[in-house]
Design a protein around this ligand. Structure first.
Ligand code: PLP
Length: 428
């Protein structure tokens, strides 16, 4: 009886309502920047699963590495054994991170890795508080929700949230309407006020920042501000944690985005692009910091244990290196930004085109510089009608983010630009 009632439901109705969906496409095949559904419709995927599929859907080398590993070992629990793939993954990360970062911890998602970084910072410094930036997105678990201020939807109905999190402005020049130098000076002063008025330096374990604020609007942090954070952290013994969950693994044209400014983080948080679709995340820190993490106080059943995730991550790093994906990312990123700026000349509703590598944004604003989310909604819908998948971001829902896989071709970028241009011109 119960079974009959249950089987009446349409398949999609079985899924929790808590997910919002950009589309109702059900892809059955993915190749590079293309997704195909069972009717044979092809979509240009410029979301990359929110920055996960940097190597493209089903990269043949990664598929092969996973297949090979499946025949050997699927899982080894880290508290019971040590899968060799986990050691290899640490070696690979050791090769691509700065020389002072030489200890790694693994988890499954970006939120978990962020939480791990905060726990490490608290344990290593003996301090309780964390400073985050306005507009940041660090995840949706309780702690990372408290660290997330990109949109109220992530905290609505869940407050009060864990304490000890202090929020200071992010240098988003376009939003403030100031030049970069003025914005950086303002944000420096605000941070100083937070340290004087809300969390004393000797209670502050870490400052955590996304080098390109993601959900909050795709805004790269000015290098001068990142250097300032390094100085403040050095002065007060605060750890500088860089959240590279979305900006890492070649997304901005370098393996890690902080490399654009040569600032040395104390802790790096990694996820998304690391596993090319396998749930795996990591934090990297100096031996000095990691050795202060009390054994047994953190971990999990799955973290570091999936040999398949390990194999996928190792191959991902090799593919990015050996197939010159950073070069392609930079070239295609230039092409994309140049194409968007050309469209901007004819359509001033595009107030700003910004980004690094293939982490690119267009922000829609009215002549008085207020946000225009109406046009964004129309453009996104028309792009989808023409099989181009794009994502929005920003607290005012007026920013389109472009995150194609790093394997995207010149023709695919040109096609995406044309679909976008037509969609925009018929929406204004
Ligand atoms: C910068 C950043 N940090 C953390 C997270 C949380 O990662 P996850 O969704 O895998 O928990 C995200 C997710 O989008 C992110 O973009």
């Amino acid at each position: 009886m119960l079974q009959t009632e249950k089987s009446i439901l349409a398949p999609e109705a079985l899924l929790s309502n808590v997910w919002t969906h950009l589309t109702h496409i059900q892809p059955v095949v993915g190749r590079g920047a293309i997704l195909k559904d069972k009717e044979g419709n092809e979509y240009l995927d410029f979301t990359s699963g929110i920055g996960v599929i940097n190597t493209g859907h089903c990269h043949p080398r990664i598929v092969k590495a996973i297949q090979k590993q499946t025949e050997q070992l699927i899982f080894g629990q880290m508290n019971c054994v040590i899968p060799p793939t986990t050691i290899k993954m640490a070696e690979k990360l050791n090769e691509i991170t700065p020389s002072h970062i030489d200890r790694f911890f693994f988890a499954n998602s970006g939120s978990e890795a962020t939480e791990a970084a905060v726990k490490l910072a608290k344990c290593a410094t003996g301090r309780s508080n964390i400073i985050v930036f306005q507009g940041s997105f660090h995840g949706r678990t309780h702690l990372t929700m408290a660290m997330t201020t990109s949109k109220t939807v992530y905290r609505h109905k869940y407050q009060p949230l864990p304490s000890g999190i202090f929020v200071t402005p992010f240098p988003y020049s376009y939003f403030y309407g100031w030049d970069e130098e003025t914005t950086v000076e303002f944000c420096k002063k605000q941070l100083d006020l937070v340290l004087r008025g809300q969390t004393a330096p000797d209670e502050t374990a870490a400052i955590i920042i996304e080098p390109v604020i993601g959900e909050g609007g795709y805004v790269p942090v000015p290098p001068a501000f990142l250097h300032h954070l390094r100085e403040v952290c050095d002065e007060h013994g605060i750890l500088l944690i860089i959240d590279e969950v979305q900006s890492g693994f070649g997304r901005t044209g370098k393996f890690f985005c902080f490399e654009h400014s040569n600032v040395k983080p104390d802790v790096i948080v990694m996820a998304k692009g690391l596993g090319s679709g396998f749930p795996v995340s990591a934090i990297g820190a100096t031996a000095e910091i990691m050795d202060k993490w009390t054994p047994g106080t953190h971990g999990g059943t799955y973290g570091g244990g999936s040999a398949l995730a390990g194999a996928a991550a190792c191959e991902t790093i090799d593919v990015i290196k050996e197939e010159q994906l950073l070069e392609n990312c930079n070239e295609r990123g230039e092409q994309l930004r140049a194409g968007l700026r050309k469209i901007q000349e004819q359509c001033p509703i595009i107030g700003d085109v910004r980004g690094l590598g293939l982490m690119v944004a267009v922000e829609f604003t009215n002549p008085d510089k207020t946000a225009n989310s109406e046009v964004l909604g129309k453009v996104m819908k028309k792009c989808l009608d023409n099989n181009l998948l794009l994502l929005a971001c920003g607290p005012y829902k007026n920013v389109i983010r472009w995150i194609p896989p790093l394997v995207v071709t010149e023709e695919q970028i040109a096609k995406g630009l044309k679909i976008f241009e037509d969609a925009l011109k018929s929406s204004i």
